[in-house]
Design a protein around this ligand. Structure first.
Ligand code: ADP
Ligand code: ZN
Length: 746
């Protein structure tokens, strides 16, 4: 967890918050551009432009015009006046709030990324900076037109009588006709044509639309959280409690408080595409849908939402990590749901952790942040233990629902058949569950049919041409895929090495193979495969949820996308096919992540009065993580994990930074990695491990070498790195990636 003391970076902006921030014509200013360049550039305000710090402007950059943000008055007096160009225009949008600007600087300083690269995330809706577009809409005409009336035309006119201006499509839908009928009618004067701004209309949420009756433990928790919001200053709280304890219900109370005070709220969720049930529930509770923010939004929705946030019209935003960079003028609360999820870590572009940065963002906005999880990350647990975060705990499932029993099956004794993966015990439990009319779920975190395909004749393995990785067979689409770079090819007819035909053998199971096995021994069952190959959109996810709710699916076989958040009342059995999978590879968080994931998956079972059962298939039945799951001993597990991290000074006890050197030229990558190692810092509490080939030693055609910097927590790792990199001159063929607080070690 980064230090949340942001004072040093924000000092420069203290003066920017008041009236003194006004900048007048002729003045020289620094403009930060959303480009991964060094820093802000100097420009001059022309005679007709006065503005404040944070204003959005366009400026010339070479032959281009680029939009950016006024970052402050110019500081470089020595700069040649003649070389300074004029700002071209001031954009008609509220200035980027001071807290956002401070956040850009903070993220840039902490992750050692150019501020422009960070600003780019805050300006990820380019069209939003232009004046809102107008669109054509139709309403009823003032006077009844003298034209031939058909049934369809009458319906359109009737639908338009309510006075709302609608697009041709909307009006056609309301009248049950085609859009061409509407357009023709308007042409003939049967409808009035108006221009309306193309703005998002977010209905204001009602904090009291449907208030739940909370249990006494829930009330106590909600009171604390409401208090944090009402205090209008920074604070951080961990809200934890088993799945089904009512955490969501409780943090909704904190949201209600912020909304009642007229402020804005940001809720970060790990995967919004999978949050259908969450969105429905939110709408019931608050009587209106939240604004959504994620990478799948259309350009238009992005533009409208960004602007609605900037103008304070979108009161609540639920989004993926990128929503942290939205320009909220009046943020009153941030919630990070499932705070332990690794989806909050971004591993391309600027490497940052949205959970950690949510805490920083809240501090800069002077509002509280609530981190929510049934299985909080060690980082958060330690912060709570040290008193940096408040602990708010819900002790049990709502309405006396029992936690599912966890049964460990030792697959070395309770053996599945040859080329099969379900043990006799798990098969029996599946049969009994389906016979009782209940639903079951099999979990295996592996897409495709088999993780490895090899030639029986010569032993050749099908590898990705761009990566040091096996190709995964996807039998349903008859293709081979690389899950690292997306390489995709037809399954070859013959072995590319020895030319033998029909010699391929699939090794190990993926969900498709499991489907085959389950379908063979449960011929009556309606089985559904749920992976990122079958769920492409929120609509797909909603359809899956509906099939489960309607009882049209008996057995779900899925990857981690079925593990999270869903609530299916009749799902009583969860089988984890290979509980050991997450422990392989063994990075420092393997046990922690396994615990979190398996607890989440198990939490899907038996949520509505019916008792649930979780079966974990493992070859290591005594592993502490499985024992802790079986005994519901989360705190014991956490203590043991923290002790282990302490013993090796691993995070959250110490600090790490990953350094990846890559090049299409293997020798250049090696050379650069060695040069970095030779220049490595020597100091108390600082150690450099490596270089070594990365576990993914070839990725997308680039050879990769890794170094790992490990420091005591008190060391300012950014300074160590900046000094270190400053001593090394790398060739242009080499790319250097820096990952502060890394989660992936691949
Ligand atoms: P968590 O977020 O801790 O997993 P939820 O808030 O999703 O728990 O609650 C689990 C289930 O129990 C949900 O269906 C929720 O609507 C219900 N529930 C929780 N608290 C209450 C309450 N006070 N009154 C009615 N239903 C509740
Ligand atoms: Zn690949």
């Amino acid at each position: 967890m980064p230090p949340v003391d942001a004072t040093s970076q924000t000092q420069a902006f203290d003066a920017a918050d008041g009236v003194v921030a006004a900048l007048g014509p002729g003045q020289r200013v620094q403009v930060l551009l959303p480009l991964p360049l060094a820093g802000a550039f100097d420009y001059r305000l022309p005679v007709d432009i006065a503005c404040e710090i944070g204003a959005f402007v366009t400026v010339p950059l070479g032959a281009r015009q680029v939009s950016g943000v006024i970052w402050g008055p110019s500081t470089d007096a020595a700069l040649d006046e003649a070389k300074i160009k004029d700002v071209i225009a001031l954009l008609p949008i509220p200035p980027l709030p001071a807290a956002n600007r401070a956040f850009v600087d903070w993220v840039s300083g902490y992750y050692l990324s150019p501020p422009g690269a960070v600003l780019r995330m805050a300006m990820s809706a380019p069209g939003a900076l232009a004046p809102p577009r107008v669109r054509i809409a139709y309403t009823a005409a003032e006077t009844a037109p003298e034209i031939k009336m058909t049934g369809a035309r009458r319906r359109v006119i009737a639908a338009a009588q309510d006075g709302f201006a609608r697009s041709a499509g909307e009006l056609a839908e309301a009248a049950g006709v085609s859009a061409s009928v509407v357009k023709k009618l308007a042409e003939l004067g049967g409808l009035a044509t108006v221009q309306i701004p193309d703005e998002a209309r977010f209905a204001p949420p009602d904090p009291a639309a449907e208030t739940p009756r909370l249990s006494s433990a829930q009330t106590e928790a909600a009171t604390i959280l409401r208090g944090l919001v009402a205090a209008r200053r920074f604070d951080a709280a961990l809200l934890d409690g088993v799945t089904g304890a009512g955490k969501t219900e409780v943090y909704y109370e904190a949201i209600a408080e912020a909304l009642a005070e007229g402020r804005q709220v940001l809720v970060l969720v790990p995967e919004i595409a999978l949050s259908v049930q969450w969105l429905d529930r939110f709408e019931r509770r608050f009587g209106a849908a939240p604004a959504e923010w994620h990478s799948d939004l259309t350009q238009g929705a992005r533009r409208r939402t960004w602007r609605a946030v900037a103008e304070g019209k979108a009161r609540i935003v639920v989004g993926a990590r990128s929503a942290l960079h939205l320009p909220f003028p009046d943020l009153g609360l941030i919630v990070v749901d499932e705070e332990h999820e690794s989806a909050f870590k971004q591993d391309d572009g600027v490497h940052y952790h949205a959970r950690d940065m949510a805490v920083v963002r809240a501090r800069l906005a002077e509002c509280p942040v609530i981190l929510v999880s049934a299985t909080p990350s060690l980082e958060t647990v330690v912060n709570a233990q040290e008193g940096k975060y408040k602990s708010v705990h819900l002790p049990e499932r709502h309405a006396g629902a029992e936690l599912p029993a966890v049964q460990i099956v030792d697959v070395t004794k309770d053996k599945p058949g040859r080329q099969q993966w379900l043990s006799p015990t798990l098969r029996r439990a599946l049969e009994e569950t389906l016979e009782a009319g209940d639903q079951a779920m099999l979990f295996l975190n592996r897409r495709g049919y088999a993780p490895l395909t090899l030639c029986r004749t010569c032993g050749h393995r099908l590898n990705c041409p761009n990566c040091a990785a096996w190709l995964v067979e996807h039998r349903f689409t008859k293709r081979l895929q690389c899950h690292h770079c997306g390489y995709n090819a037809r399954m070859p007819a013959a072995c590319p090495e020895c030319g033998d035909e029909e010699s391929f053998a699939a090794c190990g199971p993926g969900v498709e193979r499991l489907y085959e096995e389950a379908a063979a021994f449960l011929p009556e069952a309606r089985i559904e495969l749920v992976t990122s190959d079958t769920i492409h959109s929120p609509a797909d996810a909603a359809a899956f949820v509906a099939r489960m709710a309607e009882g049209e699916t008996d057995l779900v076989i899925g990857t981690q996308i079925v593990a999270k958040g869903y609530h299916f009342p009749n799902l009583t059995l969860v089988g984890v096919v290979d509980a050991d999978l997450g422990l392989k590879g063994g990075d420092l968080r393997a046990a922690e992540r396994s615990y979190q994931l398996l607890h989440q998956v198990g939490g899907r079972a038996g949520r509505a009065g019916k008792p649930g059962l979780v079966i974990l298939q493992t070859a290591e039945p005594d592993a502490p993580v499985f024992q802790a799951l079986a005994q519901h001993d989360r705190d014991g597990f956490l203590e043991a994990e923290i002790a282990a991290r302490r013993a090796f000074a691993f995070p959250p006890v110490g600090r790490l930074a990953g350094i990846i050197v890559s090049s299409v030229d293997e020798a250049a990558a090696d050379h650069a990695a060695k040069a970095l190692a030779r220049a490595a810092p020597h100091a108390d509490g600082v150690a450099v491990l490596g270089p070594a080939p990365a576990p993914l030693s070839l990725l997308r055609g680039r050879f990769r070498r890794r170094l790992l910097l490990k420091t005591r927590k008190s060391v300012r790792i950014q300074k160590v790195i900046a000094d270190w990199f400053g001593r090394v001159d790398l060739s242009g063929k080499v790319r250097l990636e820096l990952d502060i607080d890394p989660y992936s070690f691949m």
